[in-house]
Design a protein around this ligand. Structure first.
Ligand code: NAD
Length: 373
């Protein structure tokens, strides 16, 4: 089986889908790995390192020629895959809801597209979960981005010239990114509070030494829903949440929002009127900005200022830590393919539970139930 590792073509994408470590492991499985020249440069990996790990390095056409598996961080353009084997697997973060046209084009071209973000959240697939590995780094980086924009210090400091008070940081949405944001803000010395619609997160917030801020009078999501994800909340809940946030946010210096609902626009959590109550110089980081944004006025790819408050809307936050995010992403891909590697066939063979969940296209058709509605 030949595996092609492509240079990412999306604007601003610095990650790469394989590292010398994973190349070596694929070669160990008996696969042939071909890397497009320069694929790792933006993640601090040069071509020589891939070659030393056992890959061939060449043009895109050389990498693709006869490849049965094409790896990517984001989905490659379907018309840039000439030379790949008929029915080749495209394994990447394919953004199936946002890039539906591209999914159709994979089908039309006869590729089998496998969306890594549809990996079921079951124990045996944890090591294959790109959403977790990338969100973790996003949560960390969001706090650093906030600290860089904030004109004050995070920790309390007692100096001969007087005391600097600790920053107050509020994390909204306590999934993987939110938990890491809490931990990072705590490490930097901030006073941290956090909220979520899932009541299961209350204990997690407390265990990280932060204060839970929860809507108490209206039912949230008890236990873990399907796959542990949130759903859209009732109007009553949204109203109660808005009141709670209004009271709390005026006292915060830093707000990190991470709230997402799979397949839906991100819930709006902070209004312009609420921003106006915050102290000048405060910073909000909206990690959901590319999914529609949790914060009114946030602009994808920009840092904007409203009422003296900076709203940070960086796109593709994991890519801002490209070396680490690539290392984890590449391991997710290797863990996935190696778990299903059939030694006799010299190729992976998927089981139903995972195959049916992540397969978007097969035999010229879109086959995933989440896309067929
Ligand atoms: P996510 O990125 O989909 O959403 C981020 C957070 O926003 C979630 O905690 C969600 O509850 C919250 N949210 C949604 N709407 C909100 C609102 N209106 N107000 C406040 N918060 C809101 O979440 P995620 O990081 O992907 O994690 C989702 C769940 O999956 C968690 O329970 C996590 O522990 C679980 N998980 C399981 C596995 C596994 O078992 N393999 C791996 C990773 C995550």
């Amino acid at each position: 089986m030949k595996i092609a590792v492509l240079k990412e073509s999306a604007a601003g994408e610095r990650r790469v889908s394989a590292t010398p470590e994973t190349v070596k492991k694929f070669v160990g499985l008996g696969a042939e790995v071909a890397v497009e020249a320069g694929a790792g440069l933006t993640a601090s990996i040069d071509d020589a390192a891939y070659a030393a790990a056992g890959a061939s390095v060449g043009t895109r056409a050389e990498a693709l020629a006869g490849a049965g598996i094409v790896l990517g961080v984001q989905g490659p353009s379907p018309d840039s895959l000439g030379g790949a084997a008929p029915g080749a697997w495209i394994v990447a973060g394919l953004n199936p809801f946002g890039e539906r046209g591209r999914v159709d084009a994979y089908a039309a071209a006869g590729f089998e597209a496998l969306a890594m973000e549809f990996m079921p959240r079951i124990t045996r697939a944890q090591s294959m979960d790109i959403l977790s590995s990338q969100s973790n780094l996003s949560g960390y980086k969001a706090v650093l981005d906030a600290a860089a924009e904030y004109g004050r210090a995070f920790p309390m400091m007692m100096t001969a010239a007087g005391t600097v008070s600790a920053a107050k940081c509020f994390v909204m949405g306590v999934g993987v990114a939110g938990l890491q944001a809490i931990a990072t803000a705590r490490r930097l010395g901030a006073q941290v509070s956090a909220t979520d619609v899932r009541s299961a997160t209350k204990e997690q917030i407390q265990s990280l030494g932060a204060k839970p801020i929860f809507v108490e009078n209206v039912a949230g999501i008890e236990g873990e829903g399907a796959g542990g994800y949130a759903t859209e909340m009732s109007e009553e809940y949204q109203k109660a949440q808005a009141e709670l946030v209004s009271a709390h946010i005026a006292k915060q210096d830093i707000v990190i929002t991470t709230a997402l609902i799979p397949g839906r626009p991100a819930p709006r959590l902070i209004s312009d009127a609420q921003i106006a109550t915050m102290r000048a110089g405060s910073v909000i980081v909206d990690l959901a900005v590319e999914q529609g944004g949790n914060v009114e006025g946030a602009v994808a790819g920009e840092v904007v200022e409203r009422h003296g408050v900076k709203i940070v809307g960086h796109k593709n936050v994991p890519s801002r830590l490209a070396a680490d995010s690539s290392a984890l992403f590449a391991r997710n891909l290797f863990n996935f393919l190696s778990a299903f590697w059939d030694k006799e066939k010299g190729a992976p063979v998927l089981d139903e539970e995972i195959g049916d969940a992540i397969r978007l296209t097969q035999g010229g058709k879109v086959v995933n139930p989440r896309l067929l509605g």
